[in-house]
Design a protein around this ligand. Structure first.
Ligand code: MG
Length: 545
């Protein structure tokens, strides 16, 4: 690869860090995180090696769906700061060489949004066609309800204009009609606005829903993929290095269309690997690497300028919707034994360290995997220190607790009681905090820092074409990515892998120690301790790192 490519296609080996301004740090002492607080903690992300921050929604909102119900796409929620604070945040991030992307939530608006208020005022209103109306619910309703425990239909009756409006999510989140050219223009305007203020791209929420054809007559509409191709083209005319990170939870064969059908990719730049993620949890539950290995073998290569995004956990529940019922039950039994830890019969509202009962060996092996998997790692705030969840908080909000900065009062998040309660006990700030782990070279934070360094020093992990090798032990996942070979042992017992490598006379140089393993007769014998990982570079014995 050429240096110009690696810097221009920066997302290919970025370290993405997702944070919610509301729960990151409180700068004005009202118990709610804000931009001023986040600015004071950007050095933590800089030290960690983060190259791109993904901001969760920070726009004005009635906050009935944690900010994903927006009333103004061109402003900052007053609880979180001002547009001035946002610009200052961008300046400080840029100073540290950190790019910023933000959630683009344009599948729907809040029902309080002035567009919807106007739309529902009369059938002839200016914004009527910005939303999706029907005289009756579609025949297959309520198939596809996203929150089945709280919504029993995708259609909500509007008494004033005597029609139903469509809402894929909650009934207070009417879907925008993206087949309307005026809506598409407005979405482009929103992108353009925030790009002028310095954003390097957007994480696109609920991608397949954004362009779904809801009504039967929609079949006459142009190809929905044109929407993303147009949006991407618009964005890249403004800034050639801006990117779109998409939430596309679909089987690989259906997902590929969202990268676009050109050799470089012309729609969503990076897609999360939801399939690989779900298979990883099945592998963890079974202590058997094969489910994940199968997914990685099956996973198509993205178009040339595109990329897979890897993740362990995110801000939502851990969705297991792509596993079979029996597989899902296995994961539930292992990591969410209590009913209260599950949600919507398909997900787990916990963070990884709690699911693994704090077992440091397994936690570190999983995060090693996050960086070793071919693609771009995306961290959710607090993962770098092993934060847990607070199950006392309802629904999927349980994993969105305040960042734990110190072991002191309120975890250093705020000078007053945080509006969102932190967990206590083994996962509370007294046990888990940034300040304590910074001083400890054996902490999870230090381990993640080393993984970030190795990942950045091995660009082939992100850029190369990989091969899942058979090491002869089902518990061990072996990935060769050009000169880098990684092994991850999903089982608690020690394992031995036999690797066939076409590199006689060379050695496997351990990237986390001084160890070297000879490659003899095209083979190397590698021992991997229980729940452990190893990273190697195929090297000449004399010049091994
Ligand atoms: Mg505040």
């Amino acid at each position: 690869m050429r240096l110009t490519q690696t810097s221009e296609l920066w997302w290919k080996n970025a370290i993405v860090y997702c944070l919610d301004i509301e729960t990151f740090a409180d700068g004005n002492g009202d118990g709610i995180g804000d931009f001023r607080g986040a600015i004071q903690h950007l050095d933590h992300l800089d030290r960690l090696g983060v190259t791109c921050i993904w901001l969760m929604p920070f726009f004005p909102t009635p906050d009935r769906d944690d900010g994903y119900d927006i009333v103004d796409f061109y402003s900052v929620d007053p609880r979180l700061g001002t547009l001035g604070d946002f610009v200052e945040f961008m300046r400080v991030a840029r100073d540290r060489g950190i790019r910023v992307i933000a959630d683009l939530v344009v599948n729907h608006t809040s029902d309080q949004h002035p567009w919807f208020q106007d739309a529902r005022s009369s059938r002839d209103s200016k914004h009527r066609d910005w939303y999706i109306w029907s005289d009756k619910p579609e025949p297959d309703d309520p198939k596809g309800v996203v929150f089945p425990d709280q919504e029993d239909s995708l259609w909500q009756w509007d008494a004033q204009t005597e029609q139903y409006y469509f809402h894929r999510f909650y009934k207070f989140q009417p879907d925008l009609n993206t087949s309307n050219p005026e809506v598409r223009d407005e979405i482009a305007r929103i992108l353009g606005f925030w790009m002028e203020l310095g954003l390097s791209g957007f994480r696109v929420d609920a991608v397949p829903f954004l362009v779904e054809r809801v009504l039967e007559q929609d079949d006459a509409l142009p190809d929905p993929h044109e929407f993303f191709a147009d949006l991407r083209a618009f964005m890249n005319r403004r800034d050639g290095t801006a990117m779109l990170l998409g939430e596309v939870n679909l089987p690989y064969k259906d997902l590929m269309a969202y990268f676009g059908d050109t050799p470089l990719g012309n729609e969503i730049t990076m897609c999360f690997d939801f399939i690989g993620m779900q298979r990883m949890y099945l592998s963890l539950a079974r202590e058997d690497a094969r489910p994940l290995a199968e997914a990685l073998r099956e996973r198509p290569a993205p178009p040339k300028d595109s990329q897979w995004a890897s993740f362990v956990r995110n801000h939502d529940e851990l969705t297991l919707d792509k596993l079979t019922d029996a597989e899902r039950e296995e994961v539930f039994a292992a990591f969410a034994p209590d009913e209260d830890m599950r949600i919507y019969d398909r997900g787990i509202r916990r963070r990884l360290p709690a699911m693994l009962e704090g077992d440091q060996r397994r936690i570190r092996m999983v995060y090693s995997l996050l960086f070793a998997l071919p693609g771009t790692p995306v961290l959710f705030y607090g993962e770098e220190i092993g934060m847990g969840e607070n199950l006392a908080i309802e629904g999927r909000q349980s994993v969105r607790t305040p960042m734990q900065w110190t072991s002191g009062r309120h975890g250093g998040f705020s000078t007053v009681e945080p509006a969102i309660p932190m967990p206590g006990g083994d996962f509370g700030p007294d046990e888990i905090s940034v300040s304590a782990q910074r001083r400890d070279p054996d902490s999870l934070l230090s381990w993640i820092g080393r993984l970030v360094e190795q990942y950045r020093e091995a660009p082939e992990l992100a850029w190369g074409s990989y091969e899942v090798m058979d090491g002869g032990d089902d518990a061990v996942l072996v990935i060769r990515n050009q000169g880098i070979v990684t092994l991850h042992n999903f089982a608690g017992r020690d394992a031995k892998a036999t690797l066939s490598l076409d590199a006689d006379g060379k050695v496997l140089a351990d990237l986390f120690s001084d160890d070297q393993i000879e490659i003899k007769d095209g083979q190397a014998q590698v021992e991997v301790e229980g729940y452990s990982c190893r990273w190697f570079r195929v090297s000449d014995p004399e010049t091994a790192p």
